[in-house]
Ligand binder design. Structure first.
Ligand SMILES: Nc1nc2c(c(=O)[nH]1)N[C@H]1C(S)=C(S)[C@@H](COP(=O)(O)OP(=O)(O)OC[C@H]3O[C@@H](n4cnc5c(=O)[nH]c(N)nc54)[C@H](O)[C@@H]3O)O[C@H]1N2
Ligand SMILES: Nc1nc2c(c(=O)[nH]1)N[C@H]1C(S)=C(S)[C@@H](COP(=O)(O)OP(=O)(O)OC[C@H]3O[C@@H](n4cnc5c(=O)[nH]c(N)nc54)[C@H](O)[C@@H]3O)O[C@H]1N2
Ligand code: SF4
Ligand SMILES: [Mo]
Length: 741
């Protein structure tokens, strides 16, 4: 018998190089990952994968991958480390956390987090609740979906912004997203649907992309003016009576007030604000309202415009509701509380989080909850009550609450509202993701911060400023159980393909072992993550093996669920006029406000910084700050950071294709390479985010080139510039100048 055959195994894993969690087949030879391909048997992803999986084995066996816990041996940022064993690392960390809790209270710990990678946020929620911490999670999600989710919960007690039923729609609006680069599966659905010539696509983006290229109508607004545009659409749809009268009558609250409010937003006025032709605005509004069913795919750009961000999402939910596109086939679906099998519910993350263990008096201590109220426990109380009453289930919580990151960095530095002494950076690289890098850096260097632990695969710039770096196992070395934070009615599963390399541990094991050392032992009964997943599956009568073999469970697909019992809100309806916002002290209706830094709101700044700055347009094959290491192949494919600028603007500045240029704002300056893009507005530039250079020195002052090309050196996070409801900060619609290096 061929030995090669004996030693070769195929594992059905779930990819987590991005949040897509596609089903993949990992070929393991002699205990090593050799090849990864799509799993055609996966019921949802059907073998479709993106190019990233092709780099999987080189990524995993890259020499820079961390294998043992590291403890800082010099000052923070000196780049001196000693390898320690796990017991020493965990004993010392838990010991310090215990002391800090004793001295400053359990709220003095913060966890910083980035985007979703697989179903694991419950473990930190569980740890924090048991620790007595009010979920001080400084989360990138404040500008990436958590905000949107919280707004949806307030308005309709469910989330209609995650499951656009593209395949059955007659019209899809892609609002500030470029799925070609960011969500390949969405792009594939749109392209498949487009084979029908009656299908319409409307794209709203200041910049030409592969997605605007296939649009029937492409609206190119000035960045940050999206609420005005949406209110203009509402003006047209309401005044021309293109809305769904029956739905509005029966299922919405506050239509008359809305009608009055939108009168301010005439197409002519909106055209002036957005700099889009008035007729085009009207045509797009009519197309959306009359091509039923229609759905709206939302992007992250408009979550990142600061002060007016929440109102964009509020207006979009109103658009979906009054056109009768909520929870209908081909519209914007509202996932059920599933996943379930025969009426038995999978144990969702909310069940595992144990928020009942958190003393009520701790909840108001969450950083920022008194300012950006939509992300806090008070708002959760207002939405979870009707939710539980109607569904009989707890409202998902772990992905609903967040501490304000800008206020967290400030709390570390000023000890206000109280001292923050310890930070655990988990699956996240805040020196890359958070706005205003200089301030984040100062917080991480501050003596006030007595403990900083990073859990990652690599020595990232953030890890270089830690006291301990704990090496975690990647998706190939751990099983997948992905509920998408309870937001959908699906759950994805996948097998562990190989045992953790070196001494790496999975995230679950680390939270558990810290918890056990801090007196939480009785609450961590599952020794391995597989056992916890088995517990989640128990009500379905399904084994872990069956789950990972199928790779997928979903709830039943039912449309118009509201017809049975109404919407789980205080009024039982979709609140166009939000009683939750009103109770929290905000305007219950949507309105437009200029971006905090713009040619209109700060003309004096625009004199020196005449161009509008957007940071962060996604590109392949990188995922955020990952995949930059040389030798894997991804960096070789996209070696340099690129800034899009219009050829005419570039010419007037003496800039040619490929020139290194400085991009400067009032906050700082970085350099990237110019890419001339005739499809971008004349006065807009788009700067790639998350750039660092692993090959550069890790010690200060370089920190792997932290200050060279990192877009967040340029961005704005003053609390007054943040969205007053959610605290979202400004990565887009800022002011900058560009000049040749
Ligand atoms: N390759 C890759 N894919 C990713 C990621 C990644 O890092 N790399 N990250 C993942 C994550 S966490 C997220 S949140 C998603 C984000 O994915 P997307 O939502 O697609 O995010 P972006 O590409 O940043 O922005 C989308 C578009 O918004 C446009 N835009 C900028 N400003 C405005 C504005 O003011 N109004 C409007 N209407 N449009 C504007 C930009 O020009 C851009 O083309 O991608 C996910 N997928
Ligand atoms: N200027 C600007 N800033 C932005 C954005 C923008 O468009 N413009 N986009 C924002 C958005 S939408 C998001 S979601 C954030 C993204 O922010 P993050 O999700 O924090 O992304 P990264 O900065 O890449 O940091 C992720 C780190 O987690 C590690 N990691 C990956 N998987 C795991 C795992 O399973 N376990 C552990 N322990 N570690 C893991 C990676 O190696 C990496 O170092 O950035 C935000 N910041
Ligand atoms: S990286 Fe590619 S294959 Fe992996 S989950 Fe994301 S889209 Fe799917
Ligand atoms: Mo994100």
């Amino acid at each position: 018998m061929d030995t090669e055959q004996v030693d070769k195994v195929i594992k059905k894993a779930g990819c987590a190089f991005c949040a897509g969690n596609c089903g993949v087949l990992v070929e393991v030879k002699d205990g090593k990952v050799s090849r990864i391909t799509g799993n055609k048997e996966h019921a949802l992803t059907l073998g479709n994968v993106c190019e990233r999986v092709g780099y999987g084995s080189k990524w995993l066996y890259h020499p820079d991958q961390l294998m043992r816990p590291l403890k800082r041996a010099g000052g923070r940022g000196e780049g001196k480390w000693e390898e320690v064993d796990w017991d020493q690392a965990l004993d010392e960390i838990a010991g310090k956390l215990g002391d800090i809790r004793e001295k400053y209270g359990p709220e003095s710990l913060v966890v910083t987090e980035g985007t979703y990678r697989s179903g694991m946020f419950w473990m930190r929620s569980r740890f924090l609740n048991l620790f007595g911490n009010p979920q001080n999670v400084a989360h990138a999600g404040v500008i990436c979906f958590l905000n949107c989710y919280a707004i949806n919960m307030a308005m309709l007690g469910g989330c209609c912004s995650l499951a656009a039923n593209i395949g059955r729609s007659n019209c899809t609006v892609v609002w500030g997203q470029n799925p070609y680069s960011s969500f390949p599966r969405t792009m594939a659905s749109i392209k498949r649907r487009k084979e029908d010539e009656n299908y319409k696509i409307i794209v709203i983006d200041p910049r030409q992309t592969e997605t605007t290229d296939i649009a029937d109508i492409w609206l190119q607004p000035r960045p940050g003016t999206d609420t005005a545009l949406a209110m203009g659409w509402l003006n047209v749809i309401i005044n021309e009576e293109l809305y769904d009268k029956e739905f509005v009558e029966k299922w919405t609250f506050g239509f008359e007030q809305l009608k009055e409010r939108v009168q301010e937003y005439t197409p002519a006025k909106v055209a002036g604000i957005c700099r889009v032709d008035q007729d085009k605005i009207i045509a797009a509004a009519r197309m959306y309202a009359t091509s039923k069913p229609a759905c709206i795919v939302r992007g992250v750009a408009v979550d990142q415009i600061g002060r007016n961000a929440a109102r964009v999402e509020q207006s979009r939910v109103i658009l979906r509701a009054i056109t009768g596109n909520l929870d209908v086939r081909g519209g914007d679906l509202i996932p059920d509380v599933g996943p379930e099998v025969d009426g038995n519910l999978f144990r969702r993350e909310v069940v595992l989080e144990l928020d009942d263990k958190l003393p009520a008096e701790k909840k108001p201590k969450q950083i920022g909850a008194d300012v950006f109220k939509v992300m806090g426990w008070q708002a959760y109380g207002l939405t979870s009550e009707p939710y539980e009453k109607l569904t009989g289930q707890p409202e998902p919580v772990g992905h609903r609450l967040a501490a304000s990151p800008p206020l967290t960095w400030r709390a570390i530095l000023t000890e206000k509202p109280y001292p923050v002494k310890a930070m655990i950076t988990w699956g996240s690289n805040p020196l890359m993701w958070a706005a205003n890098t200089k301030l984040v850096y100062e917080a991480m260097k501050s003596k006030n911060l007595e403990l900083h632990v990073v859990m990652d695969f690599w020595k990232t710039p953030t890890a270089e400023l830690a006291d301990f770096i704990l090496p975690v196992s990647s998706w190939m070395e751990r099983p997948l159980c992905s509920t998408f934070e309870d937001l959908t009615d699906v759950v994805f599963g996948g097998e562990r393909a190989v045992q953790p390399l070196g001494e790496r541990k999975d995230d679950y094991a680390i939270w558990r072992e810290l918890g056990v050392r801090l007196g939480q032992e009785e609450y961590w009964p599952w020794e391995k993550i597989e056992d916890a997943i088995q517990y989640q599956l128990e009500p379905l009568g399904m084994t872990y093996e069956e789950f990972t073999d199928d790779g997928y469970i979903r709830g039943g697909r039912e449309y118009k669920k509201y017809e049975k019992n109404g919407f789980p809100t205080a009024t039982g309806k979709v609140e166009l006029y939000s009683t939750v916002f009103e109770k929290l002290g905000y305007d219950p209706l949507s309105y437009y406000e200029e971006p905090p830094e713009s040619p209109v709101s700060t003309p004096e700044v625009a004199k020196d910084y005449p161009l509008i700055l957007n940071t962060g347009g996604r590109f392949m094959p990188m995922f955020h700050s990952e995949h930059r290491q040389l030798g894997i192949g991804m960096r070789e494919r996209h070696p340099d950071p690129l800034t899009d600028i219009h050829p005419e603007t570039a010419k007037s500045l003496g800039i040619s294709e490929g020139d290194w240029v400085y991009i400067e704002t009032r906050r700082g300056r970085i350099k990237q390479k110019a890419r001339l893009n005739p499809g971008i507005l004349l006065d807009v530039v788009n700067v790639e985010a998350s750039w660092w250079f692993p090959e550069m020195d890790g010690a200060e002052p370089s920190l792997h080139g932290l200050w060279e090309s990192n877009a967040n050196v340029l961005t704005l996070d003053d609390p007054e510039s943040c969205d007053p409801l959610t605290g979202g900060w400004c990565n887009r619609a800022l002011l900058c100048r560009v000049y040749k290096v």
